[in-house]
Design a protein around this ligand. Structure first.
Ligand code: SF4
Ligand code: SF4
Length: 441
């Protein structure tokens, strides 16, 4: 009979891990829909940034209370995986508490430590739920936080609470069975937190206790496999992708804009026409900026899949604060939704750009793009080193340079920069006139 359980367990494990790997492969090929860009420099600095920002959660600590709660969930989830290893081996080998003979007296200390982390995850997730639904925190109720993003966050929080409840109840039932001397339940010694459940369970008949222990064991591990399959469809995929995303993040100084080589060349030719006299004419005109995801690069798309929808960027965005439509979080969510849409269409044989839609206009409007002040506050605030401004810049370049849809005030400014070398309508020769009176004094 035990062999049936082992086979069932192996099938569930293979199906869950296989499905997860398949979906991650899909996301990878979606990210590669973006243009190629080489990010291969300053490797030591990149590893350091990943260690500090992704592993060390450095940027989270600008807001200490949510940071501590998030740290509890993060550490709990990572370290509890060691216990999952024991559960998986027990499931495959038909054993029970396989690590006990290896760890001996340390085993109850080890499980108690995991229970301490589990309690941290449990309490943090309950507080997160109360914050999300009980407190009027503006960033959780913004325009882009529609039914699905809210449901997604709730599903994950409730799943984590249930997983921890199953884990603690399983241990409590196990300890009670140990106390009753039931065969197959190794005498491990007490676990620090779940022993508190023993008085509640002590009165149950042995059959019911075994059922409860086995039910929680299966519910815990099946829940983890279900979680594994769900996460790539959710914003919680950031628990995996934020590591490579911070590694590949932008290392240039804040505010430095990437020049377009085509434009730089045009300007060089304007300054020195003879330099380009012998240069062959380009075969085709490159697209200025990006209208859709295939004109963004893979890092932009990786950013979109890394977004945790925390809204810290939108919280500090001056355009959003002053009531304008722009929300950098929505820019990231739209980019991910559009990438998913193009990916699904591609799998049906429709090439990128042939479905009649584009990221610019169909998802992100002109009004949103023009509201951005290029202040970089969103880039600075993002805890996983996402750069929403880079996507805004590319889309705005397309809007202005390809579609000529810039407001008249901007056109006047562009003309002034071209003619006067400054955004103001004064000739360069008058530039220092303001200082004449000052100098006389
Ligand atoms: S750079 Fe643009 S999107 Fe980002 S915070 Fe500033 S105004 Fe908002
Ligand atoms: S871009 Fe960064 S700060 Fe903004 S919602 Fe996504 S993860 Fe949060």
């Amino acid at each position: 009979m035990a062999i049936v359980g082992q086979i069932l367990f192996a099938l569930v494990a293979i199906a869950a891990i296989g499905f997860f790997a398949w979906k991650v492969g899909r996301i990878r090929s979606n990210i590669l829909l973006g243009k190629d860009v080489e990010i291969n420099d300053r490797k030591a600095e990149r590893w350091k940034k990943m260690a500090l920002v992704a592993m060390g959660q450095k940027k989270m600590f600008k807001r200490p209370i949510p940071a501590l709660l998030h740290l509890a969930v993060y550490l709990g989830f990572i370290i509890i995986n060691i216990e999952i290893l024991e559960i998986i081996l027990d499931g495959l080998l038909g054993s029970h508490r396989l690590l006990f003979p290896l760890l001996g007296g340390i085993y109850p200390v080890f499980i108690s430590f995991l229970e301490f982390l589990a309690l941290g995850v449990l309490v943090s997730c309950i507080i997160f739920l109360i914050r999300r639904y009980g407190l009027a925190i503006k960033r959780f109720h913004a325009r882009e936080m529609t039914a699905w993003p809210r449901l997604d966050a709730t599903i994950i929080l409730i799943s984590e609470i249930l997983l921890m409840v199953f884990f603690l109840t399983m241990n409590g039932a196990d300890l009670t069975l140990q106390r009753h001397g039931v065969t197959g339940y190794t005498q491990t010694g007490l676990f620090f937190f779940s022993q508190a459940l023993m008085p509640l369970l002590d009165g149950l008949p042995t059959g019911q206790l075994i059922f409860l222990e086995r039910f929680c064991w299966w519910a815990h591990i099946i829940g983890i496999f279900a979680f594994l399959c769900y996460v790539p469809f959710s914003k919680h995929f950031h628990i995996f992708i934020s590591f490579p995303n911070t590694y590949y993040s932008r290392l240039e100084p804040q505010g430095k804009m990437k020049n377009m080589p085509e434009i730089a060349k045009e300007v060089q030719l304007m300054m020195n026409p003879e330099a380009g006299a012998d240069a062959p004419a380009p075969d085709d005109h490159p697209a200025f900026g990006a209208k859709d995801i295939s004109q963004l690069n893979w890092k932009h798309l990786m950013d979109a899949y890394s977004c945790t929808e925390c809204g810290r960027c939108t919280d500090v965005c001056p355009a959003n604060i002053t009531g304008k439509k722009l929300s950098p979080r929505k820019i990231m969510m739209d980019t991910r939704d559009r990438t998913e849409e193009v990916g699904i269409a591609r799998n049906k044989g429709i090439k990128p750009g042939e479905d009649g839609k584009t990221l610019l206009h169909d998802y992100i409007t002109q009004e949103e793009l023009l509201a951005c002040t290029n202040c970089q506050a969103c880039v600075e605030a993002c805890p996983v080193s996402i750069d929403p401004l880079s996507i805004i810049t590319e889309l705005r370049r397309s809007l202005i340079m390809e579609e000529a849809k810039s407001p008249n005030e901007w056109n006047i400014m562009f003309g002034n920069i071209e003619n006067n070398g400054a955004p103001w309508a004064f000739p360069q020769s008058d530039r220092l006139k303001w200082s004449e009176g000052v100098m006389k004094e």
